[in-house]
Design a protein around this ligand. Structure first.
Ligand code: NOJ
Length: 716
């Protein structure tokens, strides 16, 4: 439909129809059973026509149901406007991929794009039009359960992943490519900075920090073309995002030139009352529409009060009209006026969980699993040795992760199932093993199997419900029963390889004496296969952490790109009055960028081709990487920069680029990075993003800790 027709359509709509266009309801309101919706309808004060004309629906899937709903909707809609179906497709639809934090550990942007593309395809053929993804909130506090939905603690890496997700979901031609869906970047803004890691808690930070660290991820998703933005639950400088005019009108719309749809998070418009910035629903509606929120998800402040606000002259009808137009434009961009059923196809639903999709999920899971420790090369295992596979996660299918509402545990592969392909010398228990309170019988059986084995694979971790939304923890260690199990096993067999399924960086105190630790996250449908591929060496690990693992929860928030302090510990480690703890180091147990391989890589000869950088030229930094082992492996070479003297305090290092290189056994290769003036820009006191002339350190290495530095100058 042409733009002029969309504008004309808005003019044809009554005030009530326009207000209803802004309402988003859950799919239950459209389910066939009328009696099921009566309760919620009364509670929300909804009339049949509100439901009939609500502009968008969330949380539905299935081609035939999607088609039925669209057909009935359009038949009853006076102007023949189609509805729009949205849902949370975060790390896969039915084929479940590793959680985003695991994908972040892959440092593999093509893998992220592929996962998004497959997710989009499965969702689109099931009738969906929009996914509430990517979530690009920068995270620094592993107590927050939603770190599992983020790609981690680094603005640069997050931004690159944000772009890849959007490309994968949307493709290049959303209007005609019905295997894609529109992307909704969230949660704008800074939801990941909830104080003390408690979900829905206050966020408090300077505008400068917001712009420097938190906004780049969202901006990258928008530059890649994301069609929607979701508001966050938190406050930004004292004003809840959902009623924050500065954030949405000034930053998002004006500065970023975003002309797509803004949707509130679930219930967030009404929550302006609980935040204490609106006295009632009417004021909440006014604040949200003035801030530029187009769609109200699952509360009815607009539905009940927007018309009244307009009629009494408190809100300009133009604000409503522009919101409606944006929603209609989105429907049009998705081709819904011409093709209201879009990709929904019962026939095509056969692609869901296809062998190709499962294979992609396995390969992406392999790339996301991090080898944290491998003492005396206890890994990889060989098929001849006797291996006991024990612990609560050994036979568990609870491997999908929190955002997998269409995924089915019974379709997921357990570690035990994956291991069977590699060895006929496995010792496996019969007893059920609980994550928190295993029976004495189960523990005794596990210990006796460990005693008989050459090596023990002890499968530990968090249950799925322990991370995700509303799943903050103050203690991020492993459940006590698991540490007790580790102790009991160690007493009979010290050759312990711990595997972990979890949704956040953990405090790993209690399993220090494990010979190997393999961080598998929630790796999705193919988790067990991918983990076994790594344990038996069919896949040589490549993943690197995108979020630091603390030495203890007391260090949290701990992140590699922290600011310089006035009393750095390193300047005088034996001094009392330096920035440190009495009882724990300042350092992460496993830092950002860290991960081992079965190959060993060394770094030599870090050189730069000139020491003076100008805005016009570039410096080429070259390092020689050698694979010291016999085995082909992939190394992730990382470039960090520190601005030695800034107008405001600068981070001690910041990731600026990385490259993944495959080296055959004993092969050496030169890897080069171009350093440009653009990489040195940062947000100044006056909020401008510019660079300062002066001295910089360029650091290169395999992770954010083990780096070799060279100095250069920016001359302007
Ligand atoms: C609340 C969550 O914060 C958000 O991420 C999600 O997209 C919505 N619910 C819809 O399910």
């Amino acid at each position: 439909m042409e733009q002029a027709k969309l504008t004309a359509l808005v003019q044809e709509m009554t005030l009530a129809e326009k207000v209803d266009q802004l309402l988003q309801l859950a799919a239950d309101f459209y389910s066939q059973a009328a009696e099921e919706k009566t309760g919620p309808m009364t509670e929300m004060g909804l009339k049949d026509e509100n439901i009939q004309n609500a502009g968008t629906i969330l949380g539905l899937a299935g081609a035939s149901e999607a088609k039925r709903i669209q057909k009935e909707y359009m038949e009853k809609n006076r102007l023949g406007i189609p509805t729009l179906l949205m849902a949370d497709i975060i790390h896969g639809f039915r084929t479940i991929f590793p959680i985003p934090l695991a994908l972040g550990s892959s440092w593999d942007l093509a893998a992220a794009e592929e996962m998004a593309q497959i997710s989009a395809k499965e969702a689109a053929v099931s009738g969906l039009h929009v996914t509430f993804s990517p979530m690009v909130d920068l995270v620094r506090d592993p107590r927050w359960g939603r770190v599992m939905e983020s790609t981690g603690e680094d603005p640069y890496l997050n931004a690159r992943f944000a772009e890849s997700f959007v490309k994968g979901y949307q493709g290049d031609d959303l209007k005609n490519d019905f295997t894609r869906v529109a992307a909704c970047v969230k949660h704008f803004a800074a939801y990941g900075a909830a104080l003390a890691g408690r979900d829905y808690n206050t966020v408090n930070m300077s505008e400068r920090q917001l712009r420097e660290s938190y906004l780049p991820g969202y901006k990258a998703a928008l530059d890649a073309g994301a069609k929607l933005v979701m508001t966050s639950f938190n406050t930004v400088d004292g004003i809840p995002a959902t009623g924050n005019k500065w954030l949405f009108r000034d930053v998002l719309r004006q500065e970023y030139d975003f002309d797509g749809v803004v949707i509130s998070d679930w219930g967030a418009v009404k929550e302006l009352i609980f935040h204490g910035v609106a006295a009632d629903e009417k004021q909440a509606a006014q604040l949200a529409i003035e801030a530029g929120v187009d769609i109200e998800m699952m509360t009815t402040c607009y539905t009940h009060y927007l018309a009244e606000l307009i009629e009494e002259g408190s809100v300009d009808e133009a604000l409503l009209d522009e919101a409606v137009l944006r929603i209609l434009e989105l429907k049009n961009d998705l081709g819904l006026f011409e093709n209201p059923y879009r990709g929904a196809s019962v026939e095509d639903e056969k692609v869901i969980l296809s062998p190709e999709h499962r294979q992609a999920a396995r390969e992406i899971a392999q790339k996301s699993i991090v080898l944290l420790k491998n003492k005396a090369d206890i890994l990889p295992l060989n098929s001849e040795e006797t291996v006991a596979i024990i612990g609560p996660a050994a036979a568990s299918h609870d491997v999908l992760g929190a955002w997998s509402w269409q995924g089915k545990m019974e379709e997921a592969v357990s570690l035990l199932e994956g291991a069977q392909a590699y060895s006929s010398h496995l010792l496996v228990g019969k007893e059920e093993f609980d994550y928190f309170a295993p029976s004495q019988k189960a523990v005794a059986e596990a210990v006796s199997l460990a005693q008989k084995a050459d090596k023990v694979v002890l499968a530990l971790g968090e249950a799925e419900w322990m991370s995700g939304e509303a799943a903050s923890r103050s203690d991020i260690t492993l459940p006590k029963a698991q540490i007790a199990l580790f102790e009991a096993v160690k007493a009979v067999n010290p050759n312990i390889i711990v595997t972990l399924y979890n949704g956040r960086p953990l405090d790993l105190n209690g399993i220090d004496e494990a010979k190997a630790i393999v961080e598998a996250w929630f790796a999705g449908t193919e988790a067990g296969n991918a983990l076994a591929d790594i344990l038996w060496g069919a896949f040589n690990p490549t993943a690197r952490l995108s979020m630091s693992f603390p030495e203890s929860v007391g260090q949290v928030p701990i992140f590699y790109n922290c600011d310089s302090t006035g009393r750095p510990y390193e300047s005088a480690p034996n001094e009392k009055y330096v920035s440190k703890y009495l009882d724990v180091s300042n350092y992460a147990k496993y830092p950002f960028g860290f991960g081992l391989s079965y190959s060993q890589f060394s770094y030599q000869d870090v050189v730069i081709d000139q020491t003076e950088l100008t805005p016009e030229n570039q410096i080429l930094l070259t390092v020689t990487i050698t694979n010291e082992s016999e085995q082909t492996g992939k190394e992730t070479v990382q470039l960090y920069i520190q601005d030695l003297v800034g107008q405001v305090v600068r981070p001690i290092k910041e990731l600026k680029a990385f490259q993944q290189v495959v080296l055959a056994g004993k092969e050496s290769r030169k890897v080069s990075f171009a350093i440009t003036e653009e990489m040195l820009r940062y947000v100044h006191q006056d909020q401008r993003t510019i660079s300062d002339a002066g001295a910089f350190l360029a650091m290169v290495g395999p992770n954010s800790r083990d780096l070799t530095a060279v100095t250069f100058n920016l001359v302007k």
